[in-house]
Design a protein around this ligand. Structure first.
Ligand SMILES: [Zn+2]
Length: 270
């Protein structure tokens, strides 16, 4: 039964990537179908309702080709398609923040990482040195085993003494919120659990570099993640685009996302 459910499941359209306008549209059409069938057979209507709801839950939509037709339909509806209430609880920064927002220029960091042998040029691409990857993996393994408060302490140990680190639970999961005492809200950086593990682990693994470079490299290094720092499942390159157009005013992001927990581990520069 579980396997059958897994076959039906369409991860591209559910979870964090569920398109709420499409879900609302399909739920509305399903209610209409149930009402029509109920005139002939009430039991039949119950069956249609059950099967339809299951399809929407597992696949993200019921009507075939919804992802293709919904944008045009949604644009014609005379009312605003509802958005989920918990959107408001989302952290303010998107994409997720990083340990540091110091602007050491990307090329300077990359050059330093090449000099130190952390990155290696291979067939015109940059790859992560295998021994660095192994050290990083070990560091992430130890951090993964920590209780949330201990992970917050590990973050405190490497950021500036003036930075406060708070732990916040939202509908999306666990976040570590870093802020500078002098300018609390404007300076907030929200690190998800996978990103916190990845970056603190990277700072630990890059022990041959100065603290400044270790912190600056921790964020960009997430590009080289092959597995989720939090659950060890493979990550995949995808987009945050939903059926009805991408979220946010700047359009969708190209991202690396965990195939199991669906949390983002890297956002490609736009
Ligand atoms: Zn994961």
């Amino acid at each position: 039964m579980r396997e059958a459910l897994d076959d039906l499941r369409r991860p591209a359209y559910i979870g964090e990537r569920r398109c709420w306008p499409c879900t609302a549209l399909n739920a509305g059409l399903l209610a209409l179908a149930c009402a029509v069938v109920a005139r002939a057979t009430p039991i039949g209507a119950a069956g249609v309702g059950l099967a339809g709801s299951a399809a929407i839950a597992l696949r993200g939509y019921l009507v075939p080709y919804t992802p293709q037709i919904a944008p045009r339909l949604a644009a014609r509806l005379p009312f605003d398609v509802p958005q989920p209430a918990d959107r408001a609880k989302r952290p303010p920064s998107r994409p997720p923040g990083s340990l540091t927002d110091d602007d050491l220029a990307g090329e300077v960091v990359t050059e330093r990482l090449l000099d130190a042998g952390v990155l290696v040029a291979e067939d015109e691409a940059l790859v992560l040195d295998e021994s660095v990857r192994e050290r990083w993996r070990d560091e992430m393994g130890s951090l993964r085993a920590l209780e949330p408060d201990a992970l917050a302490d590990a973050i405190r140990a490497i950021v500036d003494a003036t930075t406060t680190v708070d732990r916040v639970e939202t509908a999306d999961g666990e976040w570590f919120v870093l802020s500078e005492a002098a300018n609390a809200v404007a300076s907030e950086r929200w690190l998800s659990r996978p990103i916190a593990i990845a970056e603190v682990g990277a700072v630990g693994a890059l022990d041959g570099l100065s603290r400044e470079y270790r912190l600056a490299a921790a964020g960009p290094l997430r590009l080289f993640l092959e597995r989720c720092p939090a659950c060890e499942e493979p990550v995949e390159a995808t987009t945050t685009a939903a059926c009805c157009g991408g979220p946010g005013p700047n359009g969708p992001d190209d991202v690396l996302v965990c195939t199991a927990c669906e949390r983002r581990v890297f956002t490609y520069p736009g």
